[in-house]
Design a protein around this ligand. Structure first.
Ligand code: MSP
Length: 516
């Protein structure tokens, strides 16, 4: 089975910040879990590069929109690479192929009679690139507090209303289509009101930075319509020479869009009705996650002045700890607070004191008393520990099917807790001192086996640290090996030599910010 998973395309008016890093890291981890479970995967992320917002950002910098998009999109790619994100496709909406696909799609809809022109008068929010009706404004601003401006202009409209009933039926008949369930209900609630047609163009006189409307050179494509088409265009939509690929990666694969809850309507309503009009299969799942919140409990974002640079954070605790925080602490779909204090607490409790402690103790004692050679297993390894370890794969399967990775992490932490308790009880450091090397060695071997299994289970979350530990154990950190590694006890080679190591997860000290 193939799984194709996407993040939204990020606007290039700002460089990556903690909110967008969170969205991309979570999607990357889910894709890595899919790999671990044996699926063939494709992972798309990229940048949304047209529209008034980008045009204005370029003007403010005194550079051309193309220069701005080139610069920022490069910085996104570098950022993601530095954060251990392995995308297969980095999609840019300014690529030539994309422009052709958008034009083709609009031509098809136009010929079909699903596009018409009309004089429009109303409110527009540049920051959200969205039209608002008077009744939807709150104190003269958008519901999330962004300014709007009055516009009166000719626009082309897509007959979205025509597909309202079809969409409602589709959502009702496919209960897993929009996730979590509360978001499905939100969309169905929205669809109780008559659906309006969607403005899909802007006059060139107002927005020149966009894909021209193929049947009217004075208009450019509305940036959301342009950007939404990326997901399918990247797999070959409307491209003669890529029909087979489109079939494989769109029609036959399980397609999931991971998005933030703020862009649910554009995906669950605009995108899906556009696909219906184009006679193309809908994605299998749209999963809307919550927000990473700042100290004021608001969505962390650059427009609120939260310049939380994920790289700066990673310099303090390491990329893998930041990834671990997101995967273990956030219940995917819900909002979650973030602060350096919370991150440091989590790093110390789960990584330094738990997994890290198990690694350090076993490696150090094996070096001290066994010349670094991995001791043999006991005849009977503790049953509760072995059984818990053999349940990791299934716990991952269950959790990932629901897009709730934290459940698998909780399971693995319980497994590590068991091993730490066992080691405390056995106290191999005392046994060795007393000269009972056999029992000391056996208990250390049990601890190492736990480390092995935990690291295979956590590989999607902490790809760097788990790889490092697995390689120290003489194992290959490959996703294809995980199902075998998680279905057997005792796979580390006896007498394998372990190097002396420094702590893999040093404790981190939290420094309170000085108030200036
Ligand atoms: N360009 C559009 C998406 C087009 S997809 C065809 C867009 N871009 S965005 O850069 O503004 O936001 C992209 C995503 O980042 C959204 O899903 C949004 O929810 C997410 N996040 C931005 N800040 C975030 C947090 N503080 N927390 C979690 N997600 C965050 O919308």
């Amino acid at each position: 089975m193939k799984k194709y998973t996407t993040t939204p395309l990020y606007y290039v008016n700002a460089t990556p910040h903690l909110g967008t890093a969170y969205a991309t890291i979570m999607t990357d981890g889910l894709v890595k879990f899919h790999k671990l479970l044996g699926y063939e995967t494709r992972f798309l992320t990229g940048t949304d590069e047209h529209g008034q917002k980008i045009q204005q950002a370029a003007d403010a910098k005194g550079i051309s929109p193309q220069e701005l998009t080139d610069q920022v999109s490069r910085s996104f790619q570098m950022y993601w690479a530095d954060m251990g994100i392995d995308f297969d496709i980095f999609y840019r909406t300014t690529n030539e192929k994309h422009k052709e696909v958008v034009s083709k799609a609009l031509d098809i809809l136009h010929h079909k009679g699903d596009i018409y022109s009309k004089e429009y008068s109303g409110w527009y929010c540049v920051s959200e690139e969205t039209f608002y009706a008077e009744k939807d404004l709150v104190n003269g601003k958008t519901p999330s507090g962004k300014p709007v401006e009055q516009v009166t202009e000719k626009n082309y409209f897509f007959k979205m209303s025509k597909y309202q009933d079809q969409l409602i039926k589709y959502i009702e008949n496919h209960p897993k289509f929009i996730q979590p369930k509360s978001r499905k209900n939100e969309v169905l609630g929205f669809l109780k009101q008559p659906l309006e047609d969607l403005s899909i163009s802007r006059p060139k006189s107002r927005v020149s930075w966009g894909i021209p409307i193929p049947f009217d050179t004075e208009q450019v494509t509305y940036v959301w319509v342009d950007a939404l088409l990326n997901y399918a265009a990247a797999c070959g939509l409307l491209q003669e020479n890529r029909k087979e690929e489109f079939n494989t990666w769109w029609n036959e694969a399980f397609v999931t869009h991971i998005i933030g809850k703020d862009i649910l309507t554009t995906h669950a309503v605009y995108w899906t009705t556009l696909l219906m009009a184009l006679d193309v299969k809908l994605p299998d799942q749209i999963f809307a996650h919550g927000w990473i919140l700042n100290k004021e409990n608001e969505k962390m974002s650059k427009s609120f002045g939260d310049i939380v640079d994920p790289k700066e954070i990673a310099e303090v605790v390491g990329i893998d700890s930041l990834r671990y925080y997101f995967f273990s602490e956030v219940h995917f779909g819900k909002d979650a607070p973030f602060s350096m204090e919370l991150l440091c607490l989590k790093t110390n409790s789960d990584l330094a004191n738990n997994l890290g402690n198990l690694v350090s103790r076993s490696f150090n004692l094996i070096n001290k008393y066994f010349d670094g050679k991995v001791p043999a297993l006991p005849e009977n390894s503790p049953e509760d520990i072995v059984n818990k370890g053999l349940g990791i794969f299934e716990s991952i399967e269950k959790a990932i099917l629901k897009n709730q990775p934290h459940e698998a992490i909780t399971y693995i932490i319980e497994f590590l807790n068991l091993a730490n308790q066992y080691l405390e009880e056995k106290a191999p450091w005392k046994l060795a001192k007393k000269g009972d090397l056999k029992e000391a060695g056996e208990s250390l071997r049990v601890a190492l086996e736990v480390v092995r299994m935990a690291c295979y289970g956590l590989l999607p979350v902490m790809p760097n640290k788990c790889k490092e530990i697995l390689e120290l154990l003489g194992l290959k950190a490959e996703y294809q090996s995980a199902s075998e590694q998680l279905s057997s006890w005792g796979l580390i080679k006896t007498n394998q030599v372990l190097e002396k190591i420094k702590p893999i997860f040093p404790r981190v000290e939290f420094e309170k910010e000085e108030k200036s």
